[in-house]
Design a protein around this ligand. Structure first.
Ligand SMILES: Nc1ncnc2c1ncn2[C@@H]1O[C@H](COP(=O)(O)OP(=O)(O)OP(=O)(O)O)[C@@H](O)[C@H]1O
Ligand SMILES: Nc1nc(=O)c2ncn([C@H]3C[C@H](O)[C@@H](CO)O3)c2[nH]1
Length: 265
């Protein structure tokens, strides 16, 4: 059911905050999985993808707009990708970065440092979506070049707060994702075809499984990856859920022991 790659590790202990990202194709089940993590590990901090902000761009980003009006950037990106992809990627990456840099809640002395799990990351923003939009011709070479320039600069400047110590990769066939996407029926996603999910699937595989993608951040490149096969329905199967949660916990321990974590064992 699962496959791991990356650096080895041992048992966990208290240390600096541990940051993991939950990655995977559209509608593979990340939000569903995150809820399960929340129920199983109530002390973990789970950060959902800021999709609501993309569907309703907050007024703070639109000073000239009439009160009450809203802009659905997600819809604009899907409807007119060549026009809006660069704008979308700047906004999505900024919103992910803000979420990553949120100050952690107060911690009592002597209590363990927290585990954070982010739904997608500033890394999938670049290595899955922006890269794919460039390869599909929706980002101009100039736009892709500028995106990579500021992305690399910001993430290097903001280290170590932008480092991730491990990845949970939810994997299902693009066909299964399409089935779930259609069942969920988010209005903006009506035009998504199997081909797009196949492209995103291939980008995930190159980045997280085959490791053939050029990744420009050494710590993230070598962080442990847990591949979880979620082709089967885990929503309604307690036994499958139990196995997935044990695997997620084991990955947190491995990530804590990895060299990118400030307190490796
Ligand atoms: N293992 C599963 N088996 C069957 N259905 C599932 C499974 N996981 C999720 N679903 C269903 O698939 C749909 C998409 O799931 P979910 O919203 O969790 O996906 P997601 O990966 O968070 O999507 P996005 O990429 O848009 O953020 C939902 O209707 C959910 O109930
Ligand atoms: N272009 C693009 N870039 C991103 O970084 C990105 N992240 C998520 N998404 C899309 C997938 C789902 O429809 C919806 C919710 O995940 O938003 C993205 N689209």
């Amino acid at each position: 059911m699962t496959r791991e790659s990356g650096s080895g590790g041992g048992m966990g202990r208290c240390g600096a905050a541990l940051r993991l990202a939950l990655e995977g194709n559209i509608a593979v089940g990340k939000s569903t999985f995150l809820k399960l993590l929340g129920a199983t590990f109530p002390t973990w901090h789970l950060v959902t993808e800021p999709v609501a902000q993309w569907r309703k761009v907050p007024a703070s980003a639109l000073p000239s707009q009439a009160p009450g009006a809203s802009t659905n950037l997600l819809q604009m990106m899907y409807q007119e990708p060549a026009r809006w992809s660069y704008t979308f990627q700047t906004f999505s990456c900024l919103s992910r970065l803000k979420a990553m840099l949120e100050p952690p809640p107060e911690r009592l002395p002597g209590t363990p440092h927290p585990v954070w799990v982010f739904e997608r990351s500033v890394y999938s923003d670049r290595y899955i979506f922006a890269k794919n939009l460039f390869e599909a011709g929706h980002l101009e070479p100039l736009e892709w070049g500028i995106y990579q320039d500021w992305h690399g600069f910001l993430l290097r400047q903001l280290r170590p707060r932008t480092t991730l110590h491990g990845f949970l990769y939810l994997r299902a066939t693009p066909e299964r994702c399409l089935e779930r996407l259609r069942r969920r029926a988010r209005s903006e996603e009506g035009g998504i075809q199997l081909g797009y999910l196949q492209q995103l699937h291939a980008q995930h595989e190159r980045w997280l499984v085959e490791k053939t993608m050029e990744v420009h951040f050494a710590d993230v490149k070598h962080a442990p990856v847990l591949v979880l096969d979620v082709d089967k329905d885990f929503e309604h199967d307690a036994a499958v859920q139990g196995v997935l949660m044990v695997e997620a916990f084991a990955t947190a321990l491995r990530a804590e022991a990895s060299p990118s974590h400030p307190d490796p064992l």
